[in-house]
Write a protein that binds this ligand. Structure first.
Ligand code: ADP
Ligand code: ZN
Ligand code: ZN
Length: 717
């Protein structure tokens, strides 16, 4: 018997299986999906068994050295999924499997991660009469699951005597590192009619493949709906729930922990490799029934999967933006189909693509059009052009008045500004020189806390200059508004406690939760933050949301900038008035006539969708056609540009429509990125050509060609 083995090796050239002989002594141990050790050249490498059989080759083949796993780490489902993913993302098969598995299962990690054991003590001889006080003390303290370490310290000599006389016994048991058993709380929430009908619709077909789009406005009770459906499913099967990012959705996650207790595994990006491996094993061994996590949680190795839920399905992070560039929604569809189960995509602002699919009947549309028991907040647009004339540079008079109003009534305020740092550019007033990052060719942002100028694309950081490097003038000024300056300004005006939440204040583990807890406990009246605060937060005393520079996202040169603006405004507006009190929203900006802002201000997704679709159609963008982004990356700009022109010429020969090469110099971390965008109706039509390009540059050391099929962002990194 022979086996085809996919070798775990980091080489662009080797991405195929090799055939090995199965020696007699391993005959019963070699199974599809386990890892084995094989000779490769003069090395010993690990690999996955892909298939087994009488495999004929003309080459002399070697024996498998040993098996690593007893049970398969890749199920048949995951093996097929990897092949699909590799084709779909043009990435090596091994990189796809590595993405699916926790790091602990990689060859290089094996020695570091050991399963963790602890010694427990049990009482063997219940009739034993203790000879000393210490012995009695030890025996009295032995209960269910008693740790040796707790007993041993009473008296080590008495302990040893009891062991020797077989009165007590030691036992090694595996422990899982995260054992925060939260007490389950029963919910007394009774679903309303709309929620019930959504739940019933999904449950009645729970053993069939059905993708649903759950379009429910903010605060319509989607989370509650998910939990009721899950209640049903976990009677027999298991559930995967994806969220954009665990640390940004603490309330969502804790609601699940409270409702379902210890049968929930949380795949948090803050977990150590060991903790992650523990959570993974709980899933694999069926010790939990629900896995909640970000993108990669979609690969949870449940054997009896019954439902997949993707919350905030429109979020960009569901697609990985490095290789393999898989889309979790695409993988979810594949898994739901394989297992014959429902997939629920939930959002208050579905992606244009998803809503189109729902309209076409590819997804079934489920709707929750109303907030639980109340109205959506009223939204006011404030044109800052007029305010600036009056001398109000940052906050409009209207916003100041409303904040005061809020504070008087002991309510809370959220202020969104999607720009971190103190100011956005540092400029010389004498000659106009703009301080730029030497690695990225992008303006540096001033951070007052450390008096430094930072690049938001790479790690470059330098003290703020006192003199202009061009003309030596000392008249240096910073322009533009970031969250740091906004925080300072707000503190000055209102003289209340303000907390800021952005990348700079949340770099430490657990800091998200700390900030949000402080706000929840009303230790601060105003929360200032970037888009980080736009999603999922549910604070009942927040009755005002203010958006500063609400039109800023429109300036990003991407065909999705209107959609992103609508999403962001709609999501952040949704944080206001979620409790019993009514909410208000104020959006400030300079260009508020844009349809994405107008429709966000009246919570009208459907009109926004129609308007956006007209534009997508006239400019020929998704969902009317599909895109592939080719990034040509090199430290040598001229080389990258020349090659991009060649690639374009090659594609045009095959009548493929290509935009670019992008003319703006896009330097990130000392590498130049040149973009080509391909437009087409069917991927099959261009697939061979892309494959040819990948192959051509695979071994090129000076140029990297990255392929992003259905990119979430074009032009910029
Ligand atoms: P969404 O996920 O759509 O934003 P949530 O599920 O978080 O909405 O619900 C918003 C709030 O309403 C939550 O505080 C939730 O506990 C509450 N809620 C949800 N459904 C009901 C219901 N049927 N009756 C009463 N309160 C509900
Ligand atoms: Zn100057
Ligand atoms: Zn930089």
């Amino acid at each position: 018997m022979q086996a085809n083995v996919l070798i775990e090796i980091k080489s662009k050239a080797i991405d195929k299986t090799f055939t090995y002989n199965i020696p007699i002594n391993l005959k019963d141990k070699v199974k599809v999906g386990i890892r084995v050790l094989v000779p490769f050249g003069n090395r010993k490498l690990e690999g996955f068994i892909m298939d087994i059989g009488d495999i004929k080759t003309e080459y002399k083949i070697k024996d498998i050295i040993d098996v690593i796993d007893e049970e398969e780490v890749l199920t048949e489902e995951l093996i097929n999924l990897g092949k699909y993913m590799s084709r779909k993302t043009l990435s090596s098969l091994i990189s796809c499997y590595q993405t699916m598995l926790p790091k602990a299962l990689k060859a290089s990690y094996k020695t570091n991660i050991n399963k963790k054991y602890e010694t427990y003590v049990t009482l063997l001889d219940k009739n034993y009469i203790p000879k000393t006080n210490a012995q009695k003390n030890i025996i009295d303290n032995i209960k269910e699951n008693t740790l040796k370490s707790d007993i041993y310290k009473i008296s080590s000599s008495a302990y040893k005597t009891l062991i020797k006389n077989n009165v007590i016994k030691e036992e090694k048991k595996e422990v899982y590192r995260l054992n925060d058993d939260i007490l389950k709380e029963n919910s007394n929430i009774v679903l309303n009619k709309e929620q019930k009908s959504v739940v019933n619709e999904v449950i009645k077909d729970k053993d069939k493949f059905n993708p649903y789009l759950l379009y429910g406005v903010t605060g319509s009770g989607k989370t509650e709906v998910y939990m009721h459906i899950i209640d049903e499913i976990i009677k027999e099967k298991e559930v995967i729930v994806l969220v954009p990012e665990i640390s940004l959705t603490p309330q969502f996650v804790s609601a699940f922990k409270k409702r379902f207790g210890s049968i929930v595994a949380i795949m948090h990006s803050g977990l150590s490799d060991g903790e992650r491996y523990d959570e993974y094993r709980k899933i694999k061994e069926g010790k939990v029934s629900i896995a909640i996590g970000a993108r990669s949680c979609i690969f949870s190795p449940f054997k009896n999967l019954g439902l997949i839920i993707i919350d905030e399905e429109h979020t960009d992070t569901y697609k990985q933006d490095n290789n393999p560039r898989y889309d979790a929604i695409d993988i979810a569809l594949k898994r739901a189909k394989y297992n014959n189960i429902p997939l629920i995509l939930g959002s208050a602002t579905p992606s244009i693509e998803s809503y189109t699919r729902a309209k076409l009947g590819i997804y079934k549309l489920l709707e929750l059009p109303n907030r639980i028991n109340k109205k959506l907040p009223s939204v006011l647009l404030v044109d800052m052009k007029n305010e600036i004339k009056k001398g109000n540079k940052i906050l409009s008079q209207k916003l100041i008045d409303e904040i005061n109003n809020c504070l008087i009534n002991d309510n809370q305020v959220i202020l969104l500004l999607n720009r971190r740092g103190y100011s956005t550019t540092v400029t010389c007033n004498e000659c106009g020189y703009v301080m730029k990052c030497p690695n990225c060719d992008i303006p540096l942002t001033y951070h007052k806390t450390h008096n430094k100028m930072n690049c938001h694309y790479c790690d470059y950081s330098t003290f703020k200059m006192k003199k202009c490097p061009e003309c030596q003038s000392e008249d240096i000024q910073s322009f533009g508004l970031g969250t740091e300056k906004l925080e300072e300004e707000v503190k000055k005006i209102f003289n209340v406690n303000v907390i800021r939440m952005d990348v700079d204040t949340t770099s430490k583990k657990g800091s998200h939760a700390r900030i949000l807890n402080k706000f929840k406990n009303k230790e601060a009246s105003i929360l200032v933050g970037t888009q980080m605060i736009a999603k999922g937060l549910d604070f009942e005393d927040v009755t005002l949301v203010g958006v500063i520079n609400g039109d800023a996202t429109l300036n990003i040169p991407d065909f999705r900038s209107g959609e992103r603006t609508f999403d962001l405004l709609n999501q952040v507006a949704g944080r206001s008035g979620r409790g019993t009190k009514d909410g208000k929203v104020i959006i400030q900006g300079f260009n508020l006539d844009h349809y994405s802002i107008k429709y966000a201000s009246v919570h009208d997704y459907v009109s926004f969708y129609k308007e956006e679709m007209k534009i997508r159609k006239s400019l020929s963008y998704p969902p009317y056609i599909d895109l592939t982004l080719i990034k040509i990356v090199s430290t040598d700009y001229n080389l990258a540009y020349r090659e991009s022109v060649k690639i374009k010429e090659y594609l045009v020969k095959y009548n493929i429509k290509v935009l670019g090469p992008s003319s703006n110099i896009n330097k990130i971390n000392n590498k130049y990125y040149i973009h080509l965008v391909l437009k087409y109706k069917k991927l099959e039509r261009i697939y061979k050509n892309i494959l040819y390009i990948v192959d051509k540059y695979k071994l090129n050391k000076k140029i990297n060609v990255e392929i992003d099929i259905n990119p979430k962002k074009i032009w910029y990194n």
